[in-house]
Every structure is written in C-alpha cells, then in structure tokens.
Design a protein around this ligand. Structure first.
Ligand SMILES: *[C@@H]1O[C@H](CO)[C@@H](O)[C@H](O)[C@H]1NC(C)=O
Ligand SMILES: *[C@@H]1O[C@H](CO)[C@@H](O)[C@H](O)[C@H]1NC(C)=O
Ligand SMILES: *[C@@H]1O[C@H](CO)[C@@H](O)[C@H](O)[C@H]1NC(C)=O
Length: 609
C-alpha cells in the first residue's frame, strides 16, 4: 500500500521503481556498482584535478552524478532489506540505518542492536511498538465539519478483517485494540484475523492466548483463519471475507490504527447505496517513530503500470467547498469497506492474481465499469504504517506485472496497449504467463460492464491517453548497439547515450504525429508532462511536449525502423559522433545525415514504421 504521492519527487530510476521491488533496483545497482568500479579502475592514479575539470564539461560528470544519486537511493534499499541469514546484523550498519535518523539516539548499543534486527525483519520499528500502549490516543485528524455530523442509530454492522504475515504481535494487537476502542460496540459484529502462514512463533501461542481471553468475555468475537500455505495478500482478503458474517465487511492490513468516528460515515454511505465501495482517508504511522503524520485528502488512482497512486480530489469535489463530502475515486489503494453480498455479486477479487499488487486497481475499474461506485470519505480516517520494506517475496515486480497484464487483458480493451507500453514489453508473445482469465472475462460479460473508454472519459479523466503511439522501447544506433538513448540526469534537459538497461529513463515512444517522447510515460494530467526530443539550435534537447508544441519548436522526426531519425524542419539527423571525452566513446549530435540507422524495440500491434 505504499502508493505514489507525487511524481515530482520521483527523481531517478530507482525511486520510480521503489514501489515495485528492490530487486530490480539491486540488479541495476549491482550493475551500476560494477560499472563504477570499472570507471574508477580506468582513471589513472592519482586522479589529476585538471582532468576532472575538463570532464565536467563533457558527459562523464553528468553520468557519474547520476550514478551517485542512484547509489544513494539504492544504498538505502540495500540497508533496509531484510537479512537473509538470521546471523548478527553488522555493527557497522548501525549508524547508517534510517531507523536511527530520528529515533533511538539514547539507546544502549545492545538495545540498538536488538531494535535494528527487528526493524530489518518487520520493516518498521517493532522495538518501539512493543513499548507503546496498545490503547494509545492518536490525534483526531478529521476535517472540522465531521465532528458535527450526526448519524442514525440503525446502521448496519461491520466485520473487520485484518490480514497479515509475520507481523509484529504488538502491531496486530494495537490494530485490534483501536478497532474495538473506536468503533461503536453495537456496530462491530466481529474481528477476523487472517494469518497468511506466518512462520513467526509469537503469532501462534501468544496471539491465540489473546484471542481466547477476549472470546471468553464475548464468545466468537475474534475469529482466526490460518492458511496452511502462503496465499498472498489477495487471496487472504477473500479468505477473510468468507469468514465474515456481518452485512458489511472492512478489509484491512493489520498495521493500522483507527481514528474516532471512522465507521459511522462509511456505514451510512453503504446503507444508502450498497453498490458503493468505500475507502477511508489514510494518514501515515511513521515506521521509525510511530508518530502519526497527516496526509492530505486524496482520491485513489493508478498509473499505466497499474501501480496505485494518490490523486488530487476531482474539481467537482473542490467546487462543493465541503471538505466532509465524499471524494469520488477512480480506484482503491488496498484497504476498503464493502457490502458483503455486493462484493460477491461483483466478483470479489481476482483470485487468479498472485501475491500482491493490481488487485485494488482491478476492483476499482471493475466496480465502476459494472455499475457501482468508489469513494473516499474524509470523515473516516485510518492511520497506516508505510513500511520501509515489504515482507512478502522480494521479487514483487514479476507478480505486479503479471497481475497488471491480467487487468489489461480482461478490462482495458484497446487501452491494454498502454500497460504493455508502460512495462516496456511486447504486446504479442510477451513470454509472460498470466494464467487463465476466461472466468474473469465471463464475469465481465455476465455483469454487462461498460468499456474502459467509458471509464477513462467518465471516471478517470485525469488519466493521459496515448492512442497515437505506434512504437516503443529503447532506441539503439547500429554503430554501437550496446548504447541506448537515455534521458540523462533530471537536473538538465540533455539526452545522453548510456549502456542499455531498458529502465524508465530509456523508454522511448514514437507517435503517429512524429514526436519522440523520452522517459517515463506521464500517467495523469496532474503529473509532469512528457519530454519530447527537440532540435534546439542544432543540439538535441528534451523539452516538455506541451511547451515545445506551443512554442512551435522543432519536435517532429521522420523515422522508420532501421532508418535515420531526421528532424522534419531542420533536416538534421540524430547521430552518434566519436568523442574521446565520453566514457563510452560516443556522444549524440544533430548533423547532416550520414545514413546512420536506428531501431526501436517494439511496434504496437497493427502499426507499421
Ligand atoms: C459544531 O457544533 C457546535 C455546537 O453544537 C457549534 O458551536 C459549531 O459552530 C459547529 N461547528 C461547525 C463547523 O459547524
Ligand atoms: C504453513 O505452511 C506449511 C506448508 O507450506 C505447513 O506445513 C504449516 O503447517 C503452515 N503453518 C501454519 C501455521 O498453518
Ligand atoms: C457536506 O457533506 C456532508 C457529508 O456528505 C453532508 O452531510 C453535508 O450536508 C454537506 N454540507 C453542505 C453544506 O452541503
């Protein structure tokens, strides 16, 4: 549930990937580190100061700067990755861990060692959690008007489901305590704990003791569902739903704290219309200090890789000037509350998905396309721990990508191409086994759902469409086919040549209007614009496409697969020129065409180039 908040802060490949998985970053950085080592080996010792100064005008420094930045980001990931062995964490990593940036300065070395080990295991500060009250108060972060709203007494009851795997016991218990404390008791039917095959010992006896004690006072109040093998977050939610008996089911992670009055507004909205699926507004529990951090009111959406992201609430919501009003939302971030029977009618979650990721997006799209609605309520607030790293299998990317392709194939019609483009994989013969989707397709037919175009136009109008893209992938020159066009550092607008790695900075999109977009495919109109390749005074530059268009810059390129890339206006060609200043021996130039040939990886189905 670590969703993207703004793209503006996503400065490098790894930050962009951080929501996905550290593994890709690590692979990339493994490579980067090797590469850096090689670079340093090549530099004669001692490094002459002058040489560096000269270089600073060339590409080298820019590349080094870029690598440094990537390294910083990645170092952080490496440190916070759970330790594979149960051995002692290296003492040297003590002072570096982000755990101790704002916390724990006064602890003894022994306590720090224990705290760090727990942090590396859980992804949050369970050492501190163990020492905080289970009933601790949290600040009431509801907008002012919420406190004055009164609710009818006859609201439907709710079953609260918590799913977890190897979660710290104190964190689970605090989730349960806050639910009991801040849900009116006549509205809370039961609590259901779904243990997705945790191996952690304390989650067996000690948790069971707590359950038994509670149930001794109130029979059957807490139910426990234990998975005999790990099923992943998606099927865990469905297991929890199956065990629930109240008319409304709330599906949550087990690292949350409920705020006052969270339940009434949600139950009222569902009582009024059972086809509403509701998300509370989320605040953050900081993983190191456990302080509550207020998050701005948001809707919930996704990008074209189908990663969830927070969105600015729609204009219509702002126009009402009522900050307690429901926020219409294109999708869900992961935790939600739903009418129990309606959830089944609409098709639960896609249980053919694996582990994690994409299921929330699929649910949002499906509910809208098939006649329901999704909304976020400002008066229902829940604080949630955003972990420093995730406990499920480390190679999340492969699962998320596979899940995204299932959504694309079942729900997105002609726009499925966008998902393939965003992941930079071919639309035909991708080599990725997405499993059987016939049941999901039958569900769509049975529910007589609307098209994805309808959804984009009527529900998620902030999403950018890329219907004029005809080719995508990395762009290589036949002169040096291990180098790719790359957007270079974000700090400037100069494209560079770089060893091909196929990550976001090397994504290129060629359109039927003859534009070349370089870098990440901007998901919504509220994010930064795409960068277009432009001829600026005979130099290749990357300029925001809308700006370049408005200023009538030279942004159109004649390109055929295996042919030259020639500017339509200036007639100059994008070519490689030898350059001894450059680490790779070549740099980009715009010059009189000499017949150099370029290729792009993928053509969209039905397009020719
Ligand atoms: C809420 O109600 C109290 C008294 O009932 C009133 O004084 C206050 O102005 C109200 N606040 C809002 C925001 O309506
Ligand atoms: C977890 O799964 C293994 C097999 O995958 C099983 O032997 C074990 O009993 C399970 N643990 C629990 C608590 O269900
Ligand atoms: C603001 O929204 C709340 C929640 O939907 C509603 O109860 C209230 O009447 C609205 N206030 C106004 C002034 O429209």
């Amino acid at each position: 549930m670590a969703c993207t908040r703004r793209t503006k802060t996503l400065v490098s490949t790894c930050v962009i990937l951080s929501g996905m998985t550290n593994i890709v970053c690590l692979l990339y950085v493994g490579w980067v580190t090797n590469y850096l080592a090689n670079v340093y080996v090549k530099v004669p010792e001692p490094v002459p100061e002058k040489k560096l100064e000269e270089d600073s005008k060339g590409e080298t420094l820019r590349i080094i700067e870029r690598l440094d930045r990537l390294e910083n980001v990645v170092n952080q990931h490496i440190q916070e990755t759970p330790q594979k062995t149960d051995g002692n964490a290296g003492a040297e990593s003590f002072s570096d861990s982000s755990l101790f940036a704002h916390w724990g300065q006064d602890l003894s070395p022994e306590s720090r060692r224990v705290a760090l080990k727990k942090f590396q295991y859980y992804g949050y500060n369970s050492y501190l959690s163990d020492r905080l009250s289970l009933d601790r108060p949290i600040p009431d972060l509801r907008p002012d008007g919420c406190k004055n709203i009164s609710y009818p007494a006859n609201l439907p009851q709710v079953s609260i489901v918590f799913i977890f795997v190897n979660e710290a016991l104190s964190v689970i218990l605090r989730s349960i305590h806050s639910a009991i404390l801040r849900t009116p008791s006549h509205l809370l039917r039961e609590i259901i704990l779904v243990d997705d095959n945790s191996s952690n010992e304390e989650l067996k006896e000690k948790l069971q003791d707590f359950v038994d004690e509670t149930n001794a006072q109130r029979a059957g109040f807490i139910k426990v569902v234990r998975h005999a093998k790990q099923e992943g977050l998606i099927r865990s939610r469905v297991s929890g739903w199956r065990a629930a008996s109240a008319p409304v089911v709330a599906l949550f992670d087990a690292h949350v704290e409920f705020n006052v009055g969270w339940a009434e507004p949600i139950l009222l909205r569902i009582k009024e219309d059972r086809t509403r699926i509701i998300s509370p507004s989320f605040d953050n529990i900081k993983y190191d200090t456990f302080e509550i951090e207020e998050y701005p009111l948001s809707a919930q959406g996704f990008d074209w890789e189908l990663w969830c992201r927070y969105l600015n609430p729609p204009k219509s919501w702002w126009n009402q000037q009522n900050n307690t009003a429901p926020i219409r939302s294109p999708a869900l971030i992961g935790c939600f509350v739903v009418d129990r029977r309606y959830f089944e009618e609409i098709g639960l979650l896609d249980e053919g998905m694996e582990v994690y990721g994409g299921e929330n997006v699929e649910l949002g799209i499906r509910v809208w396309q098939c006649g329901g609605t999704v909304e976020v309520l400002p008066c229902a607030r829940i604080a949630h721990i955003e972990r420093a790293h995730k406990p499920y299998t480390e190679d999340l990317t492969a699962h998320v990508r596979r899940n995204a392709l299932r959504v694309a194939e079942v729900w997105m019609d002609e726009f499925k191409s966008h998902v393939y483009m965003a992941w930079n994989i071919p639309q035909k013969d991708s080599g990725i086994d997405i499993g059987d989707i016939t049941e999901r397709k039958a569900l769509r037919k049975r529910l007589q759902c609307k098209t994805f175009r309808w959804y984009l136009v009527n529900v998620y109008s902030e999403m950018r469409m890329y219907t004029d893209t005809i080719a995508y992938g990395v762009l290589k020159n036949s002169l040096k086919s291990d180098l790719c066009l790359d957007q270079g550092p974000d700090s400037d607008n100069v494209p560079i040549l770089y060893i091909c790695h196929g990550m976001t900075p090397q994504n290129v999109y060629y359109t039927s209007t003859q534009q070349l977009h370089v870098g990440v495919l901007s998901p919504t109109i509220d994010d930064d614009d795409n960068k277009c390749l432009v001829d600026v005074n005979s130099r290749p530059r990357l300029i925001e496409c809308s700006y370049a268009t408005a200023k009538r810059m030279k942004l159109h390129w004649l390109f055929t697969q295996g042919g030259s890339i020639q500017n339509r206006k200036s007639k100059r060609c994008l070519e490689l020129v030898e350059s001894s200043d450059n680490e790779f021996g070549y740099q980009l130039a715009l010059q009189k065409c000499s017949g150099q040939r370029w290729t792009i990886t993928h053509l969209l189905t039905g397009s020719t180039l």
